[in-house]
Design a protein around this ligand. Structure first.
Ligand SMILES: [Fe+2]
Length: 336
């Protein structure tokens, strides 16, 4: 059985619960109880229709019976948790009394909680409310992240020359990180960092951001504040903690001549060093207002010269060049 709930009462959205059970009497009993408590309820009688409801109804909670014809509850639960759009939807598995094996399989499938048959309705309501509260918090967190990502992409969209830059950057950075054996945490940070690293440009006016000629001293000073502004914007979000060093340090240089902190060499966080190589490469291989794009090999010649000047991490640059040469880099970049 799978249950999902939502409604509007007293000016707030009702939570949506999906009940999944092949026995119609069990579904009906749960639906009556949950509707009476103000939830919006839908039913599904098998695994396939449950998964379809998860996509269309977007339940806040799923009450899922294990034994069903076709796809069983474990499989449904696993698929819900493996789908990015539904992975945070709480799933309560309904098991037989003292079925320890079922519980272990359920935990492995990603179930959030269990209810034993026969169902104690007070227990059901208590667990439902507690899981829905948790879901509300994760929704708020996800919304905050989504706002930051949207803001970052809208800033990128202000400049027609950099459109798609963030996605390419994230893509190349993740692959370079994977190639050199960076940690999962670093790879996750680069996925977000690729998108939001320039979010601080929200404070830079279009007249400066899109200026085709060289920037004046004052304009340059303002532009150079974007890593610190970006860090401040993302700081309140705990899930962005590992992204902050990327945002703050993506304009540092290996010889200490970068900004905002003038960090040297390995003091620059690895994730920031990875992102800046992808950033420079993408800038060189796409048209910009101030110059036409260079082809990949010319871009690398320029970057090698800059590494000789002391700007970039040589070892990392070699790994990046190798990655691009092998044809596994920058697929979205027109000139790579
Ligand atoms: Fe930047």
């Amino acid at each position: 059985m799978l249950v999902c709930v939502s409604w509007i009462e007293n000016g707030r959205m009702a939570e949506r619960i999906l009940i999944v059970d092949d026995e119609s009497a069990a579904r009906a009993a749960l639906a009556v109880l949950l509707k009476r408590e103000g939830f919006e309820v839908r039913n599904a009688s098998d695994g396939v229709s449950a998964l379809a409801e998860c996509t269309s109804f977007r339940p806040d909670l799923v009450l899922l019976d294990i034994l069903m014809p076709g796809i069983d509850g474990f499989e449904v639960c696993q698929r819900i948790k493996a789908t990015p759009e539904t992975r945070l939807t709480p799933v309560v598995l309904i098991t037989g009394l003292s079925e320890t094996g079922d519980r272990i399989r359920g935990i492995n499938a990603g179930a959030d909680d269990f209810l034993s048959k026969p169902i104690d309705y007070d227990e059901l309501l208590a667990r439902t409310r507690s899981l829905l509260k948790l879901k509300q918090y994760t929704d708020e967190l996800e919304n905050a992240e989504a706002v930051l990502i949207s803001l970052a992409l809208s800033i990128e969209a202000r400049d027609p020359y950099t459109r798609g830059h963030c996605e390419r950057l994230a893509d190349m950075s993740i692959r370079l990180a994977g190639r050199i054996g960076a940690s999962e945490e670093d790879i996750k940070a680069l996925r977000r960092g690729g998108i939001v690293h320039d979010i601080g440009k929200v404070a830079v006016p279009d007249a400066i951001l899109l200026k085709p000629g060289p920037l004046s001293r004052d304009e340059m000073d303002l532009m150079r504040k974007h890593p610190l502004v970006g860090e401040r914007i993302c700081e309140p979000l705990k899930t962005f903690r590992s992204v902050l060093p990327i945002i703050r340090h993506h304009h540092e240089r290996f010889d200490g001549s970068g900004y905002p902190d003038g960090l040297h060499g390995a003091d620059i966080p690895l994730t920031a060093r990875i992102l800046q190589l992808a950033d420079v490469y993408d800038a060189l291989t796409t048209d910009r207002p101030y110059r036409k794009a260079d082809v990949s090999e010319i871009a690398f010649e320029i970057m090698e010269n800059e590494a000789t000047q002391g700007w970039w991490d040589r070892e990392l640059l070699s790994a990046f060049r190798e990655m691009i040469r092998e044809g596994r880099g920058s697929p979205a970049s027109p000139r790579a």
